[in-house]
Design a protein around this ligand. Structure first.
Ligand code: VGL
Ligand code: ZN
Length: 201
């Protein structure tokens, strides 16, 4: 089975310096280790005429997402800073769209929707429309972090009726509590997200 074709999108979730670089402010264990694995997928998807989409966590300097403003996270992925940039070793074809989440201070983890931190109202990002526009029916999810943005993005993809797969060796978890990453993988599986390893195709 070929993993990529023109009706398949590879969604590369938040492979940004603050998560992927060991010096990042919300550095995920093993985050830089998945970059070469993800690069091989990007190359394969592009070669097969598939769509590659990069999501980026994209916060203002103050947001209830951050511990200093009442949330739980250290300051990370502030718009236009080093931490918000895609990891420099990541293959980033210039035609691959970028979806930036949180531009207006919204919270939320999914690449498909943001959430107003005060009202809780969800707003769709441009991702679903972009995928529908390109005739995408299948989605492959990789990136960071398994227990937050990868999980939220994959669950939304499945809910939106895309045939959704997760590459379990191309993700890494925050694991605030040990086991969070494994539990997230179980939740995705229960929602119908298929699991593969990159060497299986
Ligand atoms: C993420 C924590 C806070 C993620 C984003 O990209 O998984 N995690 N903001
Ligand atoms: Zn964030």
């Amino acid at each position: 089975m070929r993993r990529y074709d023109p009706a398949t999108a590879l969604i590369v979730v938040d492979v940004q310096n603050d998560f992927a670089d060991p010096a990042g402010s919300l550095s995920v264990a093993g985050g830089d280790g998945v970059v070469p694995t993800i690069n091989a997928e990007i190359d394969m998807a592009m070669a097969a005429g598939g769509l590659v989409v990069f999501t980026q966590d994209w916060h203002p300097e103050s947001t209830p997402h951050f511990a200093k403003d009442g949330g739980i996270w250290p300051v990370h992925c502030v718009a236009d800073t080093w931490g918000a940039q895609l990891h420099p070793a990541l293959h980033t074809p210039h035609e691959a769209p970028r979806i930036r989440k949180g531009v207006n201070g919204e919270d939320g983890y999914s690449g498909f929707a943001t959430r107003d931190p005060t009202t809780g109202r969800e707003t769709a990002t441009e991702l679903d429309a972009l995928l529908r526009d390109r005739g995408i029916g299948r989605i492959v999810v990789v990136g960071l972090a398994t227990d937050y943005c990868v999980k939220a993005t994959a669950l939304d993809a499945a809910r939106l009726r895309y045939e959704t797969s997760l590459l379990t060796d191309a993700i890494a978890a925050v694991d605030l509590t040990p086991g969070d990453g494994a539990q997230a993988i179980d939740e995705m599986a229960a929602a119908g997200v298929r699991q593969w390893q990159t060497r299986m195709r």
